[in-house]
Design a protein around this ligand. Sequence first.
Ligand code: UDP
Length: 375
Amino acid sequence: METPARTGIAVVLGTRPEMVKLAGIIAELGEQARVFHTGQHYDPALSGDVWSSLGLPEPEAVLDVGGATRAVQVASALHQLDVHFAERPPRAVVVQGDTNATLAGALAANAHDIPLIHVEAGLRSFDRAMPEEHNRVMVDHLSDLLCAPTSTNVANLRAENVAAGRVLLTGNTVVEAVDAQRLDDRAASAVLDAHGLTPNRYVLATFHRPENTDPLEVLTTILEELAKIDAEVVAPLHPRTRSRIEKAGLSHLLAPLTVIDPVPPAEFLALAGNAAVLVSDSGGVQEECSVLKRPLLVVRASTERPEVIGTFAERTNPGPEISLIVNEWLDGLAAKHAELARTPSPYGDGSASARIATAIHSLLARQAEQHLSVR
Ligand code: UDP
């Protein structure tokens, strides 16, 4: 049987942050982009609502892996992608970040000998307890083009002997994602009004990492610490965090907080950009704080985004430091905001998506030339 001709560029994604950070590249690739959603995030607040708010094109396929264990998510997405790629192989596969969808997309590309592009390559937390760390390392070492957001990420790849010719310093697509989604002042005010909020008078908190939601004592500590903050705390609760709080019988600890459902990206950026302080365990929020110029307390044992620590962010383990640090920042808020307003984002100039799309086209052109010269 004849092998079908390769066509288009597959973009494999499955979670909210991948949608946010790949939207610019998908737009740059235009008609060439063939989007595959693994269904890892299936809750409408994390998937459909985000998809439409970002204006992403109709996916070529929505796979069905949501809710399964990590191994089953990867295996099932890999199996389903394998069928799609066998029927209609793409010329290249693009994946982003460190999720199970990222790993499945990378393995599917590898199985079909299709060039693999990793967006957000070279991030390392050096924390082997995190499944994401293993996903990142595996995907980087499978990739043909590694798009590293910062020079720290490039250095991490060099330290692992990844060939320099495969690595490109691109900046992080989060910068243009924030620019594209950011509402004008009037629309942002309307978002705050809808939630009854005044700019710079509230703290925005998000957390969803298993290390913070699964151990009962850690979850309790975080909720109790948020309640000790000297300002209104708005918490757009991630579905897994909400379900964990309910199952653990800790719903009463939510009473002092303003709990809302997850909001679409533009609304979230309006809330984050006007918050006094951010508290989060999110990877994406660690980057966004540097564009929004808001101080962030990262509540995690480790971070793969050291570029913002010491300027836009501090990191702490779940414990009494949470309310101590946030309350200290609230005391000197105007000076803190003024200092951050003068500090450039370490994540680049807002051209990462365009740079990555150009690099993908060059990679494919080089491969086509090589193919012609060996024929
Ligand atoms: N985000 C959102 N709505 C929310 C909370 C977060 O759109 O209610 C966005 C946020 O701006 C960032 C991304 O979701 O771009 C981060 O996703 P998440 O925290 O789920 O994943 P992580 O970045 O930790 O992998």
